[in-house]
Every structure is written in structure tokens, then in C-alpha cells.
Design a protein around this ligand. Sequence first.
Ligand code: HEM
Length: 179
Amino acid sequence: MKGIVFREFINMVEESFSPDMADKIISSSKLTTAGAYTSVGNYDHREIVELVSHLSAATGTSVPDLLRAFGEHLFGRFAVLYPSHFAAQVSAFEFISILDNKIHVEVQKLYPDAELPQFQHEFPTPDRMVVVYTSKRPFADLAEGLIRGCINYFGGGISLTRENLPCDEGAHTRFALTR
Ligand code: HEM
């Protein structure tokens, strides 16, 4: 997982909880870096799982709720960090429909070692979008948070449902967006 994601997570913990909380979860986790992540570095995704678990233990908020909140926050940060991907998009449906074959493709060019998930989508009706997320990593809650962040970014008005699909490792999840 790219260091940019770790850095944004630690910044969110500092802002939403406190710098002491960030120090606490870093020192109670077994990390290769002691929490000093560089944006372009690549780190084991299990380190973020461990950081989130310690945050959950310290705050009493569940791991899925924390990952969803982080995803919502991260979408807003992506808009600040990578504005060119946002300039031409007008709706959440449009944005998510180019996520897999355009946005994450550009991310992969920028960071050739990035490990990105797959998103397949279809429009059963013009007002309904079905998105299937597939990843080797267990980040369906993060994906849900990012999708919610995207919906909010484009002004809301879309309901989201989620169904976890069977899979051996990682995540396989169907999201349905209705406007
Ligand atoms: C609705 C919008 C988006 C969704 C649902 C989404 C979903 C995800 C998820 C779930 C991951 C975690 C990795 C995994 O699941 O295997 C991820 C990774 C990532 N995404 Fe996206 N993403 C979105 C938009 C964006 C945008 C706008 C950018 C930047 C232009 C971006 C850049 C990245 C980067 C840098 C990573 C880390 C890759 C790595 O760690 O190797 N994403 N994305």
C-alpha cells in the first residue's frame, strides 16, 4: 500500500482524535517504519490494518466504521492532491464509471508499484449503478467510504447499498447506487 494512504490515515487520526492518539497507535503496532511513511514508499497493507485495529481498541469505534470514515476523508484528500482527475467530472456516476479504466490507470502510471483493486460497473437503469469491487486486500469498508465520499463530493442524493460476495482472500463486494 502506498505511503500516501498511510500518511493520510495518520493525519486524519491527528486531526480527528489527537497527535497523542496517533503516537499511541504507532507505538503499539509492529511497523517496519516506526510510522515515518514517505508518500511514494510502498508498505505492507497489513500495517494499516494493525493501526486501525489499535485505533478501534483505543476509541471503542469498530474497525469497519473507522475504515469507512477514513475512506470518506481520503476521497476529499484525493480531490486536493490530484485535482486534474476531478476537473472534468460532473457526477458520482460519471466519476465511478471512469475509476477503473482511467483514474486508477493513471495512478498506476504515477506509482508503478501501486496495488490497485478492480471495479466493474454497469447501469441496469439510467438511475441505478452497480459496482463490483474485487481486491486481494480486505478493504471493502475503505471502498465503501471512498464511494460515500465521492457521492458527498458531488452533492449527495444517491443511496448506497452493499452486498459482500463470497471470496477466498481479500474482498469481493457489490455496491448499488440509486439516484
Ligand atoms: C470513488 C472513488 C474511489 C474508490 C472507490 C477507490 C478505491 C480504492 C481502494 C478500495 C483502494 C485500496 C486498495 C485495495 O482495495 O486493494 C484504493 C487505493 C488507491 N487509490 Fe483509489 N479509489 C477511488 C478514487 C481514487 C482517486 C480519485 C485516486 C487518485 C487520483 C485514487 C488513488 C488511489 C491510490 C494512490 C491508492 C493506493 C494504491 C496502493 O496502495 O498501492 N483513488 N482505491
